[in-house]
Design a protein around this ligand. Structure first.
Ligand code: NAD
Ligand code: IPM
Ligand code: MN
Length: 368
């Protein structure tokens, strides 16, 4: 049987820096666990624009559709601010999500014990936190029509449309309920049914899917603004949160700070199963290209490393190896190793991106 295939798209800014550390881990699994991947690498975002004049070449799009999983670093950066909207780096990522139909974006926020002191919230609020945000990723205001900047009378008007179909809501709701059954068996759905019709439909459909198929799971609803407040006040009340594309974007960045740093948060974007039974999948850190620290060896590679752990779990049925990798990260943090974003404690000095990658590899080897 041939090896599973992985397409690596490092992207821009710190993307290539954090991905270089993931490459070390992929090599480690090949050498030590008999888990070899057929790895290919290509361009996305600003890097693809520089080479081809487009943030995602059609050939790259076609490759992404064929492989077992895509791993992406980050896209974007100030250099590309001047570009036309249609070729901005972010459009490349959005095209991948849309054309691969990756409707379910899993964004876990887990607070490692070693970092409980580091969050900007009090230790007892975040210690032991383990929540999963399920963000709808292929619809809503990110993609709804009409959209654009138009002339109206003697001024310009900017338009985006929040649009959800019943089936789009139902499928992401199912994915949240399925996950909840394997975790704490609770789902909280967030929308703004008090002011938006799409929110009313969202609440109705989630409730219908729940009653028909998942009555064993505990379901609650919250307005997304109140949900944001509750995430800061007492995040441990949540298990799985399911929400739309835009609210999910905001709430997951906020959840990142519960764990100590945006540099800690991985994500999996999953679609429908392919012929081989694996879901279409793209794995990427929640953070962006971090232009303020790019090229300095300061980036925390853990979000990208943990995204690969999610790939092991959700694409390759290697839950035990995903656990091993997550434990290796936990060990390195428990040993006091920190990239600059996780500093603040007295007496700890920062290690570089590649030193962090090496330390994780060493912890993997020690786990054998
Ligand atoms: P960002 O996530 O790139 O950075 C926000 C802050 O977090 C910065 O101070 C940065 O230094 C820090 N940070 C982020 N990741 C880090 C890491 N791994 N280690 C240490 N510190 C880290 O968000 P931004 O500054 O708003 O956006 C920069 C660019 O990235 C924009 O072009 C944006 O569109 C893009 N972006 C891309 C993605 C993606 O590719 N998935 C996600 C978010 C933003
Ligand atoms: C994310 C990012 C993206 C989003 C951008 C870069 C398109 O912020 O993955 O969270 O808004 O979805
Ligand atoms: Mn975001």
């Amino acid at each position: 049987m041939s090896n599973p295939s992985l397409l690596i798209l490092p992207g821009d800014g710190i993307g290539p820096e954090v991905m270089a550390e993931v490459r070390k881990i992929i090599d480690w699994y090949g050498a030590n666990r008999g888990l070899a991947f057929d790895v290919s690498e290509d361009l996305v975002g600003g890097a693809a624009y520089d080479a081809h004049g487009t943030p995602l070449h059609d050939d790259t799009m076609a490759k992404a559709q064929e492989v077992d999983a895509v791993l992406l670093g980050a896209v974007g950066g100030p250099k590309y601010d001047v570009l036309d909207f249609s070729v901005k780096p972010e459009r490349g990522l959005l095209r991948l999500r849309k054309e691969m139909d990756l409707f379910s974006n899993l964004r876990p926020a887990q607070c490692f014990d070693a970092l409980a002191d580091f969050s900007s919230l009090k230790k007892d609020v975040v210690a032991g936190l383990d929540i999963m945000i399920v963000r709808e990723l292929t619809s809503g205001v990110y993609f709804g029509e009409p959209r654009g900047i138009f002339e109206e009378g003697n001024e310009r008007v900017g338009i985006n449309t929040q649009r959800y179909t019943e089936s789009e809501i139902a499928r992401v709701a199912r994915s949240a309920f399925e996950l909840a059954r394997k975790r704490g068996n609770k789902v909280c759905s967030m929308e703004k049914a008090n002011v938006m019709e799409s929110g009313i439909l969202w609440r109705d459909v989630v409730t219908e899917v729940h009653q028909a198929e998942y009555a064993d799971v505990e379901l609650s609803h919250m307005y997304a603004d109140a949900g944001a407040m509750q995430l800061c006040r007492w995040p441990k009340q949540f298990d799985v949160i399911v929400t739309d594309n835009l609210f999910g974007d905001l709430l997951s960045d906020m959840a990142a700070m519960l764990t100590g740093s945006l540099g800690m948060l991985p994500s999996a974007s999953l679609g429908v199963p392919m012929a081989n039974g694996r879901p279409k999948a793209l794995y990427e850190p929640v953070h962006g290209s971090a232009p303020d620290i790019a090229g300095q060896g300061k980036a925390n590679p853990i979000a990208c490393v943990l995204s690969f752990a999610m790939a092991l779990r959700y694409s390759f049925d290697q839950g035990a190896e995903a656990d091993r990798l997550e434990k290796a990260v936990e060990k390195v943090l428990a040993d006091g190793l920190r990239t600059a974003d996780l500093l603040g404690e007295e007496g700890v000095s920062a290690i570089s991106t590649s030193e962090m990658g090496d330390a994780i590899v060493a912890a993997l080897t020690a786990s054998l």
